[in-house]
Design a protein around this ligand. Structure first.
Ligand SMILES: [Zn+2]
Length: 410
């Protein structure tokens, strides 16, 4: 089979003995193969560049629901849930997640069962079943997942932030979906959720939008043969990547104070700024520099003072919720009861510290120190479990590709 091999050199850590190869199948599916003769677990992750931003209006949660349905059964393996059962019976685990612009499916399993596990996995993308029976059951599963999220402060606050942003931006959407959005509302409009689901799958799931990472004990040549056989039948409709230009926040959504009652006891203070996505300056890493200083815990740092005053338990700073078009910078402070009484003073101290950073300019020695930490971290990090490794790489493959493609346009 004609397969394009990588024309770029793979830059890998110095202490990494594993072998890597990038291939592109004739259907444009881009794959990274990893051969590790020492591993006792094999793993795979498929990242599809379609997420809840693509949900049709009035069918909130459809991308997430599709993730559930694909997982469930395929034409070749029609027994419901047999994939998850096979994986867990053979020493592994399987899961998936849907984010704003991605859906990621992944698993690991004992090395001797990898071939069959991979065949079951590949069938989600070749010929999924999406039966009427499973539809109702999985809408209920999505609904109970949402019920569980309603008890989590992390989910609640994240949805609150989306809700307070522009209604015209997909960031505003309700990503998970529930019984109301996937059953009640579509029905009232005469829509059949299952047919909408199949339409969504056919319109959006195209091999050119997928990135696969496969991690196994076999040689690269053997893994390649297996991957070619299993994944060559995924359709390629040359679907364009989803791009939404524009920002989730305009002036009316900024400089506001929101008070929310958490489920968990305790107080937290969170600041959010819309920023230029730092991926656009990935070589300089501006957010890395800022989060290092604002999140510093040493003497003279903001946290050090807040702790001395007895106002804060922890402080975190960094970029989150980003895409190529928009991004946010956060500072999250866990407060003590006393800290809760001094919110305005804490806001004052944070902005004073930011002013200090602005007036000091970029310190070369701090930047160089961070470069050295990152360099060592990259070359000498401990091996992480294959299942985390494949998800990490698969999620970043499209990001790296887009970064290089966009480099000349920015
Ligand atoms: Zn789910």
């Amino acid at each position: 089979m004609a397969v394009g091999k990588s024309d770029v050199e793979i830059f890998k850590p110095r202490n990494d003995k594993r072998e890597y190869r990038r291939i592109v199948l004739p259907n444009s599916l881009e794959v990274l193969l990893i051969s590790d003769p020492d591993t006792d677990k094999a793993a795979a992750s498929m990242d599809v560049s379609v997420g809840y931003f693509c949900d049709p209006d009035g069918l909130e949660g459809l991308a997430h629901f599709l993730e559930h349905m694909l997982f469930y059964a395929s034409e070749k393996y029609p027994m419901e849930d047999s994939y998850s059962k096979y994986i867990t019976e053979h020493g592994g685990s399987a899961n998936a997640f849907t984010s704003s612009e991605h859906t990621n499916f992944y698993f690991d399993v004992n090395v001797d069962c990898f071939e069959e596990a991979l065949d079951r996995f590949a069938q989600f993308f070749v010929r999924p079943l999406m039966s009427p029976d499973a539809t109702l059951r999985e809408i209920k599963a999505v609904d109970s997942e949402n019920q569980k999220n309603l008890l989590s402060d992390g989910w609640r606050m994240s949805q609150l932030q989306k809700h307070l942003c522009s209604k015209d931006h997909p960031y505003h959407k309700f990503s998970t979906g529930n019984w109301e959005t996937l059953e009640v509302k579509p029905k009232s409009k005469g829509l059949d959720t299952r047919l909408e689901l199949i339409k969504f799958y056919e319109e959006n799931y195209s091999a050119n939008l997928m990135h696969l990472v496969v991690y196994a004990r076999e040689s690269l040549n053997d893994i390649q043969k297996l991957v070619e056989r299993e994944f060559c039948d995924i359709r390629n409709t040359e679907r364009d990547y989803f791009h939404f230009l524009g920002q989730p926040c305009s002036l009316e959504h900024l400089q506001i104070l929101v008070k929310a009652v958490p489920i968990r006891e305790g107080h937290a203070l969170k600041f959010t700024w819309p920023i230029t996505p730092s991926i656009r300056y990935y070589k300089e890493g501006p957010c890395r520099y800022l989060s290092h200083l604002i999140g510093h815990e040493g003497e003279g740092s903001l946290f050090y003072i807040l702790k001395q005053l007895g106002w804060a338990i922890s402080l975190e700073a960094g970029e989150g919720d980003w895409s190529f078009e928009f991004s946010f910078f956060y500072v999250s402070i866990e407060l003590t009861d006393a800290g809760h009484e001094h919110i305005e003073d804490i806001v004052g101290l944070l902005f004073k510290y930011i002013l200090l950073l602005q007036n000091s300019g970029i310190m070369k020695w701090i930047f160089d120190e961070l470069v050295a930490i990152c360099e060592t971290g990259f070359h000498y990090r401990d091996k992480i479990p294959p299942i985390h490794y494949v998800v990490n790489i698969a999620s970043n493959m499209q990001v790296c590709q887009t970064t290089l493609l966009c480099w000349y346009h920015w």
